[in-house]
Design a protein around this ligand. Structure first.
Ligand code: HDD
Length: 689
């Protein structure tokens, strides 16, 4: 038993009956005599109302759930640290960016957006990427996504966007899916969402692992140095393992195979000491550069290609500790883009400005009290004190009379409490040129936000041919679930502004006539392609973070299995043995080996590559085992490497596996192949739009 379990949250050790077992008590500290039976009148009589132990236990249980987040309800998180590579004191006075090599604690939560807390990990959805930096000057929250742009330009549209994507108001479904009428109806009427739609329909929204996604702060922020000079910044997180995604059929099957696929992967990799890591990058630029760009840096539906302003890598984040308690930490953590430290500041991005209100507000409704900042996961790790008092669930016991400021109680020999400090205190950046343009009060979108298609086109043109086909196919899939034909047509009409080719492919995939092109508010421009926007051009051929499933049965070659596992480990990967019975198999050398997973419960979509090592007898039996045939067939269809011994070959034949670069006899070449995917195989296994 963990020692910590012997303690109350307050840290007092309960009186123990012996070394191991502390006494169970009620919440009032009364020792519990019997935790198995309620108090009854007589042997079979009614339960008595006076049973305070029963009532307290059930009362607490009844209130164990809190309202889930209205968006990003399903998430997983981990503790870790941020380490700075070089001092950035010339561009920011933020304490966390001053001293190279210094590490500060972080808590990072990843999430899907649309689904409820109990939904699956692998729907097609944007992933939240929220980092709380516990700096010495207070908490800084960088609350981003795995996509560098957003659906809308103005926060006033956020409730509409979320209402449209969540379960339909009357039906209560679909859960965690954008493939339905209301989402696409809204999108089709909001051309500004087109750029983000390109990303959402790309493989970015079906990641292989949370460890292989990028993160983005999205908005343009400011860094401010000691002299008050401001530099614009866009924040990027780059995964050490490179980008990796699944293919759509695989993502669909993962939803059946393992609802917790990403959560488990994150947890297990940290448990194994294989710590997820990202580098923090910054795109830094001044006002003059911003003014010269052909899009507005205050518009969150636009990005700045890395090829235009490079990403300067400034540090790394390592996640090295799983939460001790999911509810206390992952569920109760409260991020807020308004949590900012001296040296970092906002811009007039209208989406950001709306967010600055929403998060604090939602925490009150979700966590039930204005004192949510006192929860250990939310509390700053630096001293904090002010004159805010009382409120529901106040856990501090403040001493003395001074609960207002200014006061002069120190003159009476009493504690007078904290005072403001103009030197170290947060001062807002003053010289926002956007402010100078301030004139009449207007409910408008600036002209500079009007180009909704050029960057959508840029994104599409920056993808490989295979990635473009995935986007077209994703659009066909999603729109095929849309019952309202006028909505399908309006989406395609908008797409014609992005790419005529894409629009024609989607129309063809749906079997509808190509509609007239929708008008564009601004001329569509052709920007230079940005290879940094493609996943396939940024994947790393590495076994690190990848897992190979090895299918074995009685009589499998022990030596071959051992050597393969060794090679995989040497290359930085992991392997799992899959067998018809989880208890294990008797290998060729008469040793019994336990399986990590049973065949039916461990379909090949949970692995990055597969190997089949079977005796001739076992291979013959497997020819009548649908799960085994499907295992190989899916690995082939999901473009994975397949290794095999010659006796297992009939199983590959039965699964219609055709030799290519990814199909290898068990060897070092197979291990090498296992570190990548074979996208060139795709046209032979499915028809893409
Ligand atoms: Fe948001 C949660 C990211 C726009 C209102 N948002 C939330 C989370 C992430 C983001 C990652 C989950 C944090 C966690 O793990 O607890 N949101 C974004 C990004 C946006 C964005 C990257 C655009 C650039 N959000 C946005 C707008 C509004 C909100 C425009 C409202 C006007 N977001 C919320 C919220 C949530 C939230 C309702 C729900 C739970 C929470 O805040 O704590 O306030």
């Amino acid at each position: 038993m963990k020692k910590a379990n012997n303690k109350t949250p307050g840290g007092e050790t309960h009186q123990t009956t012996d070394e191991q077992h502390p006494v169970l008590t009620t919440n009032q500290g009364i020792h519990v005599s019997d935790n198995q039976n309620s108090l009854k009148a007589g042997q079979r009589g009614p339960v008595l109302l006076e049973d305070f132990m029963l009532r307290e236990k059930i009362f607490h249980f009844d209130h164990e759930r809190i309202p889930e987040r209205i968006v990003h309800a399903r998430g997983s998180a981990a503790h870790g640290y941020f380490e700075l590579y070089e001092s950035l004191s010339d561009i920011t006075k933020a304490d966390l960016f001053q001293r190279a090599g210094e590490k500060i604690p972080v808590f990072t939560r990843f999430s899907t957006v649309a689904g409820g807390a109990g939904s699956v990990d692998t729907p097609r959805d944007v992933r939240g990427f929220a980092v709380k930096f516990y700096t010495k000057e207070g908490n800084w929250d960088l609350v981003g996504n795995n996509i560098p742009v957003f659906f809308i330009q103005d926060a006033i549209k956020f409730p509409d966007l979320i209402h449209a994507v969540k379960m339909e108001a009357d039906k209560g479904y679909p859960q965690a899916a954008s493939a339905h009428d209301t989402f696409w109806d809204f999108i089709s009427l909001m051309p500004e969402s087109t750029h983000m739609i390109m990303w959402a329909m790309s493989d970015r929204t079906i990641p292989r692992s949370l460890r292989t996604i990028e993160g983005f702060g999205i908005h343009t922020f400011r860094l401010v140095n000691e002299n008050g000079k401001s530099t614009f910044v866009k924040f990027h997180w780059k995964p050490r393992l490179g980008l990796q995604s699944t293919v759509w059929d695989e993502a669909l099957k993962l939803q059946a195979a393992d609802n917790d696929y990403h959560r488990r992967d994150l947890f297990e990799s940290i448990e194994m000491g294989d710590y997820p890591e990202w580098e923090l990058g910054m795109q830094l630029f001044d006002q003059q550069t911003a003014d010269a760009l052909p899009y507005d840096v205050l518009d969150s539906t636009k990005l700045i290609p890395e090829e235009v302003i490079p990403v300067k890598i400034v540090g790394r984040m390592v996640l090295d500790r799983n939460p001790d308690n999911f509810f206390a930490e992952t569920e109760q953590v409260a991020y807020c883009p308004a949590n900012i430290v001296p040296g970092i500041d906002f811009t007039n991005d209208p989406l950001l400005q709306g967010r600055l209100f929403s998060y604090l507000d939602t925490q009150k409704s979700r966590l039930g009290t204005a004192n949510f900042h006192q929860l250990p996961i939310n509390a700053p790790k630096c001293p904090y004190m002010n004159m805010q008092r009382d409120g529901m669930m106040q856990t501090n016991v403040f001493k003395g009379r001074a609960n207002y400021e200014p006061n002069s109680l120190d003159m009476a020999g009493e504690e007078s409490g904290p005072r403001e400090c103009p030197v170290t205190g947060f001062t807002s950046f003053k010289g926002r040129p956007e402010m100078e343009e301030q004139g009449d009060r207007l409910r408008i979108r600036p002209e500079s936000f009007a180009d909704h298609y050029s960057q959508a086109r840029l994104f599409f043109r920056s993808q490989t041919e295979n990635e473009q086909a995935h986007i077209a196919s994703a659009l066909v899939f999603e729109l095929s679930k849309v019952v309202l034909e006028h909505v399908q047509l309006r989406v395609i009409a908008n797409l014609r502004n992005v790419s005529e080719d894409l629009a024609a492919r989607v129309a063809d995939g749906l079997g509808v006539e190509l509609p007239a092109k929708s008008p564009s508010a601004a001329p569509v421009q052709d920007f230079d392609a940005s290879p940094a926007l493609s996943i396939q051009q940024n994947m790393k051929a590495t076994l690190k973070g990848r897992c190979v499933g090895i299918l074995i049965a009685d009589g499998s070659d022990a030596d071959m299995i051992g050597k393969l596992q060794e090679e995989i480990e040497k290359a930085g990967g992991t392997s799992k043995l899959v067998a018809p019975k989880v208890g294990g198999v008797m290998l060729s050398d008469n040793t019994k080996v336990k399986a990590d997973g049973q065949l039916m419960g461990s379909p090949s979509q949970i692995f990055d590559a597969v190997a089949v090592i079977l005796s001739a007898d076992a291979a013959t039996k497997m020819l009548k085992e649908a799960a085994a045939i499907q295992w190989v067939m899916d690995a082939f269809g999901h473009l994975k490497a397949i290794g095999y011994n010659s006796d297992a070959k009939p199983l590959l034949d039965k699964a219609n596996v055709v030799e290519d670069e990814g199909i290898k006899e068990i060897s070092r070449q197979f291990v090498k192949a296992a570190s990548t995917r074979f996208f060139e195989r795709e046209p032979s296994v499915r028809t893409l739009a």
